[in-house]
Design a protein around this ligand. Structure first.
Ligand code: C2E
Ligand code: CA
Ligand code: CA
Length: 409
């Protein structure tokens, strides 16, 4: 399953109006990470940035200065391994011969678009590409350098985005999950899968989590002051649970923010292979005793979920998105979903479905009496300033979504 919001697309065309049209069309198709360049040099500068390499390039062939064919030669030099869509007003035969040139350079051309660009043609090219390419290939192409990340953490370049969690029966907002982003001055907005593993590997995850936590607690305080009793959830890596100091830091930060511990939820992913579980177990148990909410994340994807559940009292179980989106039409997903939900109910945990992408997912979950939903159908993760306008639109959708629905699996 590809996440369109993370696909980086570069459009190169000397016609600025054409670039705007391309951006509008791609946005309508659900893509959000789009770089526009009106000359080859700017586009090459983006390619040189490494971590921000585009997965798809829309390339105009006829441009003054560096034309499309020269640009292709540079792409070879940059060892570009993403996809290319040729765009041109030239006749089709010219484009076909450029396609042959691309193949000779082992560059992957996934389609040809004749100007003026047709929305359906663009949609078809992206649909075919996104369903045929293995997800590893469209995952971020390269990771960031540890020293760059260390400087970014120190310089405060990490920012919190927040994704709402809503009650499926009433539509009420129960809280927000904090999802960290890196607002890099040189590379734009980077997603966690481009840097969390680097933070974990190079011993930066504590500094990062404490920053994320600090801003999330401040945010929850502001919401409370404005009359919104929303919980805030923060993702915790197992590496965070390696030292007892982390526990003291959470306690003191929550106290300093004047928040009740139950307003902070810690989402712990189950897929870890920590050899010695004594310290993580102690921290989690003490967090539980201190009334922090504990959530087991990505349920169903890791190793030994059941042993963890019995060892620690979790308040919430998050059913992974791969068992949620489309479960209403897929018997295997549906069975995995039902098993996870059954377990949550039996153990008196709140069940949260992740990856709710459309109305059919929503109706399915509501019919299954799942407690809470989270996903693009409700909202993507938002910068804090966009929450008020999202809330207004959500309130308008809520009455219709919360009527009784009947879905059969
Ligand atoms: P997660 O905790 O499972 O978070 C959910 C991920 O799914 C988020 O990706 C979110 O943007 C995305 N998502 C939300 N709704 C939908 C949907 O309807 N469909 C699809 N396909 N995806 C959806 P994001 O923000 O890129 O985060 C990826 C992972 O990075 C998170 O997975 C979490 O494990 C980790 N992460 C994020 N922030 C932090 C952090 O502050 N600390 C740590 N240790 N990990 C973090
Ligand atoms: Ca999470
Ligand atoms: Ca998750």
């Amino acid at each position: 399953m590809i996440d369109k919001l993370k696909i980086r697309i570069l459009a190169l065309d000397d016609d600025v109006l054409m670039l705007k049209i391309i951006r509008t069309l791609l946005t309508q198709l659900g893509y959000a990470c789009i770089d526009l360049c009106d000359n080859g040099a700017d586009a090459l500068a983006i390619l040189g940035q490494g971590a921000a390499q585009p997965q798809v390039i829309l390339l105009d062939i006829s441009m003054p200065g560096m034309d499309g064919i020269e640009f292709i030669r540079h792409l070879v030099g940059y060892q570009y391994n993403g996809a290319i869509i040729l765009v041109s007003g030239e006749d089709l035969r010219v484009l076909q011969s450029i396609q042959t040139l691309l193949a000779a350079h082992h560059l992957r051309c996934i389609g040809i678009l004749m100007k003026p660009i047709n929305r359906v043609a663009l949609h078809d090219i992206f649909e075919t590409w996104s369903t045929s390419v293995p997800s590893e290939e469209i995952a971020p192409l390269s990771k960031v350098k540890p020293e760059t990340l260390r400087a970014a953490i120190a310089d405060g370049e990490l920012i919190n985005y927040y994704q709402p969690k809503v009650n499926l029966q009433t539509g009420a907002v129960v809280g927000f999950e904090t999802l960290v982003r890196w607002n890099s001055p040189s590379e734009g907005l980077l997603f966690p899968d481009q840097f969390i593993s680097v933070a974990e590997e190079f011993d930066m995850v504590n500094d990062m989590t404490l920053q994320v936590l600090q801003s999330a607690l401040k945010q929850a305080r502001e919401w409370q002051d404005a009359g919104y009793l929303w919980r805030v959830a923060v993702n915790i890596s197992m590496k965070n649970l390696a030292s007892l100091r982390f526990l003291d830091q959470i306690l003191s930060m929550t106290l300093a923010a004047r928040l009740e511990p139950q307003m902070l939820e810690l989402e712990v992913t189950e897929s870890y292979r920590a050899e010695d579980l004594r310290i993580p177990l102690e921290i989690l148990t003490r967090l539980h005793i201190n009334r922090f909410r504990l959530s087991i994340d990505d349920f169903g994807t890791g190793n030994s979920s059941l042993s963890q559940l019995t060892a620690i009292s979790f308040d919430e179980l998050k059913i992974d998105q791969r068992f949620v989106h489309g479960a209403h039409i897929d018997a295997t997903r549906c069975a995995a979903f039902d098993a996870s939900l059954g377990l949550a109910k039996q153990l008196h945990m709140e069940a949260v479905a992740e990856g709710v992408e459309d109305r059919a997912d929503w109706d399915f979950l509501k019919d299954r009496a799942c407690d809470v939903a989270q996903g693009y159908f409700i909202s993507k993760a938002l910068p804090v300033g966009e929450i008020p306008s999202w809330l207004l639109s959500w309130e308008a959708r809520r009455p219709e979504l919360c009527q009784t629905a009947q879905v059969v699996c």
